[in-house]
Design a protein around this ligand. Structure first.
Ligand code: DGI
Ligand code: FE
Ligand code: FE
Length: 196
């Protein structure tokens, strides 16, 4: 999977290549996640900014597929799903998008990019910095207006401006995001994914 060099030119092509996979609103969100991932990358992973941008561009490419299509992709790509997974239909697109990268965007199918996309919705235990950045960029990108997103965005960027310890800050921000997501899922009476 490795040794794929992601250039600025390939990102320009990717921004066009993903268009058929996204509606207009989702495309704007995707470009905003790309910008946010690059900003976070400058702080935490400057050597991987182009990969972070690519992961952001690819993270929601199966979001518009209905549940039937998600299940079809699962069969096609050998994604094993449990009865329990079926109760969290909104988490499927992260797995199917990760699998679709190798099929439709093979130049971008690196371990970092695939796992960044794979875990962008639920997160999981012991996330890599790369995965955390994709996850967080999706949550706090600047077009999101949901109060929790605004709170989290402020908490993180105020901490950066205040010169707080950056590792502690991202850890606390991630924990806060999981608390918010779980609280919302409890209110909706939706099951919480075991990875979350
Ligand atoms: O795809 P986006 O909308 O940009 O964002 P996302 O991939 O983080 O998806 C958010 C949705 O996923 C939101 O409606 C809540 C849902 N979600 C996240 N974690 C869980 C979850 N749903 C369930 N049932 N369980 C989870 O653990
Ligand atoms: Fe998503
Ligand atoms: Fe997203």
């Amino acid at each position: 999977m490795e040794n794929k060099i992601i250039t600025e030119e390939s990102l320009v092509a990717l921004r066009e290549g993903i268009k058929p996979y996204l509606d207009e609103k989702r495309y704007r969100h995707t470009l905003a996640v790309e910008r946010e991932a690059a900003r976070l990358g400058e702080i935490y992973l400057p050597e991987k900014i182009t990969s972070l941008r690519a992961a952001a561009l690819l993270h929601d490419i199966t979001k518009k597929c209905d549940f039937e299509k998600q299940l079809q992709y699962c069969r096609e790509f050998g994604i094993i799903i449990s009865e329990y997974d079926i109760q969290s239909p909104k988490t499927f697109h992260a797995r199917t998008a990760a699998a679709l990268i190798s099929a439709d965007f093979p130049c971008f199918a690196t371990e970092d990019i695939v796992s960044g996309v794979r875990w962008h919705t639920t997160g999981h235990d012991k996330m890599t910095t790369f995965e955390a950045i994709v996850y967080l960029a999706d949550y706090i990108e600047d077009t999101r207006t949901f109060p929790d997103c605004i709170t989290l965005r402020r908490f993180f960027w105020d901490g950066i401006v205040a010169g707080r310890d950056k590792d502690k800050l991202i850890y606390e921000t991630m924990i806060m995001s999981f608390d918010m997501t779980m609280k919302n899922l409890i209110e909706e009476k939706a099951p919480i994914d075991t990875d979350t």
